[in-house]
Ligand binder design. Sequence first.
Ligand code: NAD
Ligand code: UGA
Length: 468
Amino acid sequence: TIAPVRKICCIGAGYVGGPTMAMIAKQCPDIQVKVVDINEARIAQWNSDTLPIYEPGLHDVVVESRGRNLHFTAEVDEAIAEADMIFISVNTPTKDFGVGAGRAANLEFIEKCARKIAEVSSGHKIVVEKSTLPVRTAEAVKAILSRASSGATFDVLSNPEFLAEGTAVEDLLAPDRVLIGGESEQAIQALVEIYANWVPRERLLTTNLWSSELSKLTANAFLAQRVSSINSISALCEATEADVDEVAMAIGTDSRIGPKFLKSSVGFGGSCFQKDILNLVYLCEFFGLPEVAEYWEQVVKMNDYQKQRFVHRIVRTLFNTVSDKKIAIWGFAFKKDTNDTRESAAIYICRDLLREKAKLCIYDPQVNPEQIRKDLAAVLKNGDSELSQASAQLLADNVEIVSDLKTASKDAHAIAVLTEWDEFATADFASIHDSMKKPAFIFDGRNVLKELPLAELGFEYHGIGFRR
Ligand code: NAD
Ligand code: UGA
């Protein structure tokens, strides 16, 4: 029999490893939790007052256990060696080189973790895949672990994470479900008992390893598909005077469809949806299922189309030229309540507006200006190792990053709302209108200003999926 877990190590102190382990430490005061990372700067941030990620409520959860039964450390080997259970929560980005480039997941970091665990372990340990992985990755993890020279033995579980950024603490406190896949009933039970400290048992779902691995990619594919589906309808609404929010409400009241995740937008972003769908597409091709691959790839194509459509609408409406015109960009994060910009629609919209020679003035309440410059430089490089002279010039001359909405909007020809931050709806639109060039346009990529009397103030207002 496997003894109850007393010591946990989590490899990877990122958006997933940090919050999930802080929640386990909070709910299980008898378990010692160590979160390790090779990135020492990140570990130092977790140990400081300014955490490396912004999530509502996270600071309190971390501070409650930090130094008691929650530790962030760069001493990777030691933490692995003493743990009974090891979570692997490292990044699994899209591969950008070699076979499967642009689609397959880069499993280099996962494999390195497995090799490190094999190298420093003794006795018996449970290894938990927390990262999002292609189905059958556990096969490779098991193959590496089973050859540990020390003779250590392992059980491997899959326990994908379903938290969304911006609501990570809420999601971890009261998850819809926790999914645990494995082969050994005892190992599964060891992990079940940890979550059972705060999650009702009927929400603890157990499956075989492969179902669990595949369910994570499938869940993200279905969620992203809903966004692409409603976004495809938004284009049709704009052509027909239907209103996409009314359509979403009308279909969402059908309990079989449900109301959530039907908010039309400038396109989904975030580190995972696109990466996970492309990975699913790659897997389908790998397993000889091109029709299935093509079906899912369309979700990403529709998302790209939605972003392009938004830029085209801005350019067309601004009399077919935005060259040398100031455009205020409201929001750069991929959704509200996070400082994360990975794959944010804003990156691509800003890139395309810069290529049209617009002058951008960007404001986001949480994203660090350095990050915005880094993201824009990366996308303007377009895969090259160096930024071209012309792109460097664009970035220097045509991008300004400011710390309030008013400055962003002063003398602007248009405002483009790209993130649904709550504070945008309560801005002082009368004085913003006064300070803008006329006609003053608003392109609301999130429909968050839709209910405001902006036309009365003199704005020409455009949203997604309706016409006025
Ligand atoms: P992240 O990039 O924020 O964090 C990963 C961390 O792992 C980094 O700090 C990196 O330094 C560290 N790392 C990489 N290799 C290491 C090694 N060999 N040893 C020690 N540390 C190492 O990534 P994330 O957003 O936390 O995502 C992690 C995984 O969880 C991914 O597979 C992702 O798809 C999945 N996921 C993410 C979210 C999300 O909201 N971000 C939600 C659910 C699932
Ligand atoms: C998503 C999933 O919701 C999580 O369950 C999953 O764990 C996570 O991916 C992951 O695997 O990383 P996240 O990307 O953090 O979480 O945020 P979401 O709330 O899903 O939003 C993703 C994107 O879709 C955002 O850009 C958001 O603005 C957009 N979106 C979402 C819409 O445009 N419309 C909607 O109705 C919902």
